[in-house]
Ligand binder design. Structure first.
Ligand code: BES
Ligand code: ZN
Length: 461
């Protein structure tokens, strides 16, 4: 126990320097989806690998067909379990830049009037701040005791935000080196700012980019208006038709593999005291827009959805241009649940579009990856140990929750390596991940590091 207290004290005392390290990482513009930031992604991987080597891990960079992975080991702890920790160092694009109050890659601590503070910057909440909570816990264990309670392998990915295209080949190539008793993933949220949580389910994802082409060139809308097919009209009609008036997705067989959630699980979630008014009110909304007859919690945790993430075509610059564009484009993603298969949904979606395409129009599709939903075992013994450690740190019962986001690696750990994962993170719903003005609470970073220090010890017993 006194060892743990020393480790926790070292995390407390070291907070200012830990923040300096986090800021170094946050300054690196590691936007994985945009090829212009390839070097920056490599820089983030190098920075992390160097950091891990300095702490006492044996770390190296592994090349992939995309952005590199960081792979690090700290082994040799006798009679202790072996955990694989996962985080991602890539971040989302900052667009639209004009909506940021400050520069996204110039991190700052912002103190609020109520005495709390936030760490401001792209990647602070997703996922650099989160992954550094674990690194700081390892650092404190090693510096205070010369060892760690568990054998630890760390894997940092650089393509999570762009659908993890190189992940499967990497997992296969490094299968033996990655194999551990189970995985720890720090990329999810707490229930609220006081209540720690372990996520036991995530939605899957399937991404498509679609281009509809009509005339062979852009046209003057006076010359051709009404006679020429307008691909923006066609595209928007098809996209609008994906949902019916009750918010249900009308693709053939879309709900075939969507299970109903058992009553006992729904009852347990009911006890969490979720407020639809607050959840929507916090972002300026009041009316749930999903499937009628489903609560907001169901809509975001257990039901699939189709969302247009971007749509463009024609003239969108300053001023005005009377044009019928030759092409229209959209990016659309599906969140999947239960046994829904991304490949099957992709085929159904493409058939849906093709069947609605008028004569003279053509369509091209580009896949942006896919991963099925994830369901974890509530009764994993490690889950109970971690929940207890979290409760000790936060003085609150740990909530078992589901989350609507996707983390492709979790399903792949299970399928490719036979490994279960524990999804523990310290983000908050208002961290504005993927949005302008992303932040991470200072308490998330500090108590998150303390939580991992406790969890590592709890898992070793
Ligand atoms: N950290 C998120 C996943 C997440 C979001 C978990 C919200 C819990 C709550 C992750 O980095 C992420 O955003 N993943 C992408 C994956 C996609 C591109 C395949 C996502 O969910 O959009
Ligand atoms: Zn993330």
């Amino acid at each position: 126990m006194s060892q743990l207290n020393n480790v926790l004290k070292s995390i407390d005392d070291g907070l200012p320097t830990a923040l300096e390290r986090l800021f170094d990482l946050l300054r690196i513009e590691s936007i994985s989806t945009d090829p212009a930031y390839k070097e920056n992604c490599a820089d983030a991987a190098d920075w992390l690998s160097k950091e891990l080597n300095e702490i006492g891990f044996q770390s190296r960079i592994c090349k992939t067909t995309g952005h590199p992975m960081v792979l690090a080991h700290y082994h040799g702890v006798k009679d202790a379990p072996h955990v694989l920790f996962y985080g991602h160092y890539d971040v989302q694009p900052v667009d639209p830049p004009e909506l940021w109050d400050r520069s996204p890659f110039d991190p700052k601590i912002i103190e609020r009037e109520d005495g709390t503070s936030e760490i401001y910057g792209r990647g602070s909440g997703d996922d650099k701040g989160q992954l550094m909570t674990f690194v700081e816990a390892c650092r404190a264990w090693i510096s205070e005791t010369g060892s760690q309670p568990c054998n630890v392998t760390i894997m940092f990915e650089g393509e999570e935000e762009s659908g993890s295209p190189s992940l499967l080949p990497f997992l296969n190539e490094f299968k033996d080196e990655l194999k551990a008793d189970f995985a720890l993933v720090c990329d999810t949220s707490m229930w609220d700012r006081e209540t720690p949580a372990i996520a036991t389910a995530l939605r899957g994802n399937m991404g498509e980019e679609i281009t509809i082409e009509a005339a062979s060139r852009d046209l003057h809308s006076g010359y051709y208006g009404s006679a020429a097919a307008n691909p923006i009209h066609i595209l928007s009609k098809i996209l609008a038709d994906i949902r019916d008036e009750n918010g249900r997705i009308v693709l053939d067989g879309f709900y075939d593999d969507v299970p109903e959630i058992p009553d006992d699980v729904l009852a347990q979630w009911g006890e969490l005291g979720f407020s639809e008014e607050k959840f929507l009110g916090d972002v300026g909304l009041s009316v749930p827009a999903g499937e009628k007859g489903r609560s907001v919690m169901e809509q975001t945790w257990t039901r699939p959805t189709a969302e247009v993430n971007g749509i463009w075509g024609g003239y969108t610059g300053e001023g005005f241009k009377t044009v019928i564009p030759s092409q229209a484009h959209a990016k659309i993603s599906f969140r999947l649940v239960g046994q829904q298969n991304p490949d099957k949904i992709r085929k159904t979606f493409r058939a849906f579009v093709e069947a609605r395409l008028p004569k003279d129009c053509s369509v091209t599709f580009k896949s942006h990856g896919g991963s099925p939903a994830v369901h974890l075992d509530y009764n994993m013994p490690e889950l109970q140990k971690a929940a207890k450690a979290l409760t000790e740190e936060w003085s609150r019962e740990t909530a078992l929750i589901a989350m609507g986001g996707s983390i492709p690696v979790v399903g792949d750990f299970k399928r490719e390596l036979g490994m279960d994962s524990l999804l523990i993170g310290f983000g908050l719903a208002d961290d504005r991940i993927h949005s302008p003005n992303e932040k991470y609470e200072l308490t998330s970073f500090h108590k998150g590091s303390r939580s991992w220090a406790r969890i590592l010890l709890a898992l070793s017993s």
